[in-house]
Ligand binder design. Sequence first.
Ligand SMILES: Nc1nc2c(c(=O)[nH]1)N[C@H]1C(S)=C(S)[C@@H](COP(=O)(O)O)O[C@H]1N2
Ligand SMILES: [Mo]
Length: 225
Amino acid sequence: MLGVLGLGAVGVAFGAKIQNGLDNVLAEVSAKDPTGLTQLLPGGGGFQFYNVADSIPHRSATDYRLTVDGLVDRPATYTLADLKAMQQTRLVKDVQCVTGWRVPNTEFSGVLLRDLLSMAGVQAQGTAVKFTCFDGVYSESLSLDEARRSDVLIAHEMNGAPVTSAHGGPVRLYVAPMYFYKSAKWLSGITVTSQVEPGYWEHYGYDVEAWVGRSNGRNDAPTSG
Ligand SMILES: Nc1nc2c(c(=O)[nH]1)N[C@H]1C(S)=C(S)[C@@H](COP(=O)(O)O)O[C@H]1N2
Ligand SMILES: [Mo]
């Protein structure tokens, strides 16, 4: 699975072909499923499924924890219920993967990252934020300015339903203005750091500053927001 779903240097050139293969498999499975349960399978609804880990990691809604630490005055750990009790923000924007596929008008809801950061109290030396995941493999990062944008969410709902395991639930990062690889799934840690630490794909040459249409040599103008 790792090889098939990977998005390394080779994946950039051949990603579309590989993903078409995956789509065909999923379509075939769906056709044999009159219950429609395969709608819940990874890759449904126009999304492509990405996972650099060997299997989909699971955390139940009650076991889930998100820690905020690093260069902050008040490190904290949140449950899913804690996050749901906070001020909620809903964004409806296009999801754009750097390999070319797009899902227009996708809704994500959750807590603004900047609210968690202000509750933690970022210290003067803090200039960046690092994200870690309970798959134990993936990581991402943003500058503090990017992290404080009003279109960067700690999301627990997608299209009006809980974020599924395949899509990175119970909680994933959603960085709306950037290519979807910035939106770390299975989010477990937010650490304020003194410099930007390049994330998983960025070690393979992808841009740290992954603005849609302005990075990775691409020109995908968003159709909305
Ligand atoms: N933890 C983790 N987050 C991840 C990835 C991953 O492999 N692991 N892939 C990224 C990439 S390249 C994309 S396009 C999106 C895919 O999200 P989806 O599976 O919900 O479509 O998740 C991003 N976040
Ligand atoms: Mo991606």
